[in-house]
Design a protein around this ligand. Structure first.
Ligand SMILES: *Cc1c(COP(=O)(O)O)cnc(C)c1O
Length: 442
């Protein structure tokens, strides 16, 4: 029986009593809003009382083609009548086979094998385990350490946290994990006088080289977020870093893991961010946007070389990992519908036009005296706001809602990561309302 919510207030109070919300200090909800969403349509979310919010962050970076997308809805309805789920050990099904074949066509060359997980963090876990197990199967069991970039984010389960460099998480759970080393981020905001983005990237690669030289015998893999470090506050960097990282990982025989959970699926302007460095990683992690923001799914793609190191008569040499919902048919079908839209609508090309328009429309925002480090890669925009408020992020979120805008700053970094269906009128609206919010907070 469906218990219908009569109003925002009713659902919010029931939620605060029964639901422990993620990424939240629950007490803050005494002063800051929790939004009850009744339905979504395109870039808009609607509450129960007639309020609406432009989803400028694609609901934590997952939504690509708007809420309640008719084409993805239709694919899911069709799939529901055929097969909702079957275990993937000992069984297979059409959506998982088709998705694996299509990703092999679309991904950087050499990544012919798809292993399925349920969310981003599980993809990170899978890649770390697979890399270390590869070296073990290859007679080099000492290669079982990892490195990541400063300010990296690869998920929040214990293995993923060990390669995540976010102080808040690291401090609370540090005692539970085997923290791995980090090397300098190529973030262009780290530029010294006279350095351009490429020079910053190459300087950071120098530190990577020194680390690899010294530690490669213990290192299984280097994990990176290609081009944009999302949770670091949309730190963007030059693709020269990807080329150097690939060369160095080859030279020192260390796997390169490209975590494209946030930056894949067209976010940076190409289907995968690695393409802009002209490289293929040893492991490619996909999640978030792959289902268009509909269902949890993650995929770890890897090479023949890795795959072959596990292919054996002995069970123990096989890859030992499973999730109950591995390769769920509904999620795979949503992913296929998402890839269909990319092809049918020539989305990457349309996004180039869309991004150019938003850059023009956003000129007054970029010129605002409190806005610093304006930056854009593909369909991601970010800037820092100079504000006297210590709790800028929460104030900005709350004030944004009053302006019918879903913004979720990280510290003083405001970013836009809109669904790829945002219209010019909606862009105009987004920029005007953001200006109003920033004006009130500076
Ligand atoms: C979101 C994210 C993850 C974790 O994905 P979850 O589905 O939240 O577990 C890992 N890496 C990157 C780069 C991400 O943005």
């Amino acid at each position: 029986m469906k218990k219908s919510a009569s109003s925002n207030a009713d659902l919010v109070s029931r939620s605060l009593s029964a639901v422990w919300h993620p990424c939240s200090q629950m007490k803050h909800y005494e002063a800051f809003p929790l939004v009850a969403v009744a339905r979504g349509q395109g870039v808009w979310l609607y509450d129960f009382d007639g309020g609406r919010y432009l989803d400028a962050v694609s609901s934590w970076w997952v939504n690509l083609f708007g809420h309640a997308n008719p084409r993805i809805n239709a694919a899911l309805r069709d799939q529901l009548d055929q097969l909702e789920h079957v275990m993937l050990a000992g069984f297979t099904h059409q959506p998982v086979v088709e998705l694996s074949e299509r990703l092999r066509e679309l991904a950087p060359t050499g990544l012919g094998h798809c292993f399925y997980g349920s969310d981003g963090a599980s993809a990170t876990e899978i890649a770390l385990k697979m890399s270390a197990h590869y070296w073990r199967n290859s007679g080099q069991p000492d290669k079982r350490q990892f490195i990541s970039l400063a300010n990296s984010y690869h998920g929040e389960t214990l293995g993923a946290l060990s390669v995540t460099d976010v102080a808040l998480f690291r401090d609370a759970y540090g005692a539970l994990i085997r923290q791995q080393a980090t090397v300098a981020s190529p973030d262009w905001r780290e530029a010294c006088d006279g350095e351009d983005a490429e020079a910053v990237a190459l300087r950071a690669a120098g530190e990577l080289e020194a680390h690899l030289q010294q530690h490669h015998e213990q290192l299984a893999a280097f994990i990176i977020e290609p081009l944009v470090q999302g949770a670091a506050g949309m730190a963007m960097y030059h693709p020269a870093y990807l080329r150097r990282a690939r060369e160095l990982c080859d030279r020192y025989r260390v796997h390169l893991i490209a975590d494209e959970i946030a930056v894949g699926m067209g976010r940076t302007g190409t289907l995968f961010a690695c393409e802009q460095g002209g490289i293929s990683p040893d492991f490619l992690l996909i999640s978030k946007g792959i289902t268009g923001g509909y269902l949890p799914l993650s995929i770890v793609m890897t090479t023949d070389e890795v795959y072959r190191a596990f292919y054996d008569d002995q069970t123990a040499r096989g890859f030992l990992h499973s999730h109950s919902y591995t390769g769920n048919p509904l999620a795979c079908r949503a992913a296929l519908a998402t890839l269909d839209i990319f092809a049918a609508d020539d989305v990457l090309r349309a996004n180039r036009h869309r991004a150019a328009r938003l850059n023009q429309i956003a000129a007054p925002l970029r010129a605002h005296p409190a806005v610093r480090n304006w930056r854009n890669t593909g369909m991601i925009w970010a800037f820092e706001v100079e504000s006297p408020h210590a709790d800028f992020a929460r104030r900005c979120f709350a004030l944004g809602l009053q302006h019918e805008l879903l913004l979720r700053p990280m510290g003083n970094t405001v970013y836009f990561m809109p669904p790829y269906v945002i219209s010019e009128d909606e862009m105009q609206w987004l920029v005007e309302r953001t200006l109003a919010v920033i004006g009130a907070l500076t």
